[in-house]
Design a binder for this molecule. Structure first.
Ligand code: NAP
Length: 272
């Protein structure tokens, strides 16, 4: 079990800290604490309204910037060839850095040609303002299109014990991408799962740790759990000190894999 993945010459820590729905001082304190615990991968987005706090926390934490893998995401209203570089520049200013490690398109936007958006995104990478570029919420067919248009390194999608991503994982393998599992704890639902609880008890671990470990047992997958609680932040980072058996993995594999937490009106056809 590796704790990092190398993609296009960039090292990606496999457990990141998600920051959706944490803003203001709470976000600042949470990110500082995450960095103290040892997290070296922070996931934010323009839409989360917390980039300034994330940037300040990284600057104040005393961890060298080059040791932190920092992701932000461009919102769909900023996908035009002129708007995207302006949005990226605004994010870098808020984050207080001259580059992010991963710059993502937050959701597909069928109203702007993908060629135009990917071209603008690739120029951010060429200019050194993003070490890697990628997409989020792209179903497999759309990801394949994006791969033909630019050096896409990542698709960030919902993935947890109740939702499978087999087609994307196969693409990740073929194209040497990584897949980021968002809502990896099914937004907290895993805590109430009898199967995960039982497996956790066999290791002296929590259902959340079992869910994260199961995800990490998929090659090329990284996880970005969010927690507003210091104790759960520590718990979610401590997932390499035990191993699931083949039988335990099979029991989690057997859980129904068709339950999506996030399906907003602007979501794509997930089977595309
Ligand atoms: P999540 O990480 O699966 O779950 C967070 C929820 O689970 C919170 O309610 C949290 O409560 C609870 N929790 C945290 N640790 C736990 C544990 N060990 N045991 C039980 N419950 C626990 O959900 P998420 O926030 O939706 O996803 C994580 C990150 O993925 C986001 O923060 C964001 O960075 C990213 N994301 C991206 C997209 C996208 O469109 N690209 C969409 C959604 C999420 P407490 O806070 O009280 O601990």
């Amino acid at each position: 079990m590796t704790q990092t993945i190398d993609v296009q010459g960039v090292t990606v820590p496999r457990v990141g800290f998600g920051t959706w729905q944490i803003t203001g001082e709470e976000c600042y304190e949470a990110v500082r604490h995450a960095l103290e615990l040892g997290y070296r991968h922070i996931d934010t987005a323009r839409a989360y309204d917390n980039e300034e706090e994330v940037g300040r926390a990284i600057a104040d934490a005393g961890v060298p910037r080059e040791e932190v893998f920092l992701t932000t995401k461009i919102w769909t209203s900023e996908f035009g060839a002129d708007a995207l570089p302006r949005a990226a520049a605004d994010s870098l200013r808020k984050l207080g850095t001259d580059h992010v490690d991963l710059l993502l398109l937050h959701w597909p936007n069928p109203d702007v040609p993908l060629e135009e958006t990917l071209g603008a995104l690739a120029r951010e990478r060429e200019a050194g303002r993003a070490r890697l570029i990628g997409v989020s919420n792209f179903p497999p067919g759309l990801l394949e299109r994006a791969l033909r248009l630019g050096p896409v390194a990542n698709d960030q999608v919902e993935f947890h014990p109740y939702l499978g991503q087999d087609r994307l994982l196969a693409l990740a393998e073929t194209h040497e991408l990584f897949v980021t599992a968002y809502s990896p704890l099914a937004q907290g639902d895993v805590a109430r799962d009898a199967v995960l609880r039982e497996i956790g008890e066999e290791h002296g671990r929590t259902p959340g740790q079992v869910a994260l470990r199961w995800l990490l047992d998929h090659e090329r997958v990284v996880v970005v759990p969010k927690s507003a609680s210091p104790q759960r932040r520590a718990e979610n980072f401590d997932v390499f000190g035990f191993e699931l058996s083949d039988d335990q993995r099979a029991r989690i594999d057997a859980l129904p894999k068709d339950r999506r937490q996030g399906d907003p009106s602007w979501a794509p056809d997930w089977n595309a």
